[in-house]
Design a binder for this molecule. Structure first.
Ligand code: PRP
Ligand code: URA
Length: 209
């Protein structure tokens, strides 16, 4: 059994196909990532708890559902995580935001941390970690390690693409953290890239190399 929920919605798959295309422009890639993040956010928040609240419509009183509990946290793994974050904040504007600065050393493929800032009371909030790529999973594991060190105990990981190797490694390191993704691709190549993949997500988002 796969250790991830794959979001198979046709709109997600259509947009992902265009993002994979090497001829898609930086502008197009960024726009599609934002659009796809709305659909992925919908799935990752599908079972959030709600509580009934008494309100008055223009016609009468009623009890209607609103989100329960403390504001949730979106934790963006920089840089590419911000491409998912923006759209998710459109859907959940009251969410708190954590930033985790990590880059992958191209030789060792180990994550190097350069920044961390998170809201208070992580132990009382659902934390959704967002990063488009789960390749070796080293970055995702390090991000979740750090959030757990700061008290988080209810986490989900949302990405666009995973590798089978990365999903397995992440599941072993953090069996309590469910993964949501638009696709699990074929494999990792010898440089730690997801294939067929979409290349380097950060570079494609920002037009860098
Ligand atoms: C990419 C991606 C992930 C990481 C995934 O970031 O956004 O954070 O690689 O690879 P892993 O699963 O093997 O750790 P990168 O390090 O290129 O940094 P960037 O977002 O700043 O471009
Ligand atoms: N990071 C990316 O952006 N792409 C990959 O394929 C692997 C790591």
């Amino acid at each position: 059994m796969s250790g991830a929920t794959v979001v198979n919605h046709p709109l997600v798959q259509h947009k992902l196909t265009i993002m994979r295309d090497k001829d898609t422009s930086t502008q197009g890639f960024r726009r599609l990532l934002r659009e796809i993040s709305l659909l992925l956010c919908y799935e990752v928040t599908r079972d959030l708890p709600v509580v009934m609240q008494k309100i008055e419509t223009p016609l009468q009183e009623m009890e209607a559902p609103i989100l329960d509990g403390k504001k949730l946290v979106f934790a963006s793994v920089l840089r590419a995580g911000n491409g998912l974050l923006e759209g998710m904040l459109d859907l959940v504007p009251a969410a708190r935001v954590a930033h985790i600065g990590l880059y992958r050393d191209p030789q060792t493929l180990e994550p190097v941390e350069y920044y961390f800032k998170a809201p208070e009371n992580l132990d009382e909030r659902l934390v959704v970690v967002v990063d488009p790529m789960l390749a070796t999973a080293n970055s995702a594991i390090a991000a979740v390690d750090k959030l757990k060190e700061r008290g988080a105990n209810n986490l989900r990981f949302l990405c666009l693409l995973g590798s089978p190797e990365g999903v397995e490694k992440f599941n072993r390191a953090h069996p309590d953290v469910p993964i949501f993704t638009a696709s699990i691709d074929e494999k990792l190549n010898e440089k730690g890239y997801i294939v067929p993949g979409l290349g380097d997500a950060g570079d494609r988002m920002y037009g860098t190399k």
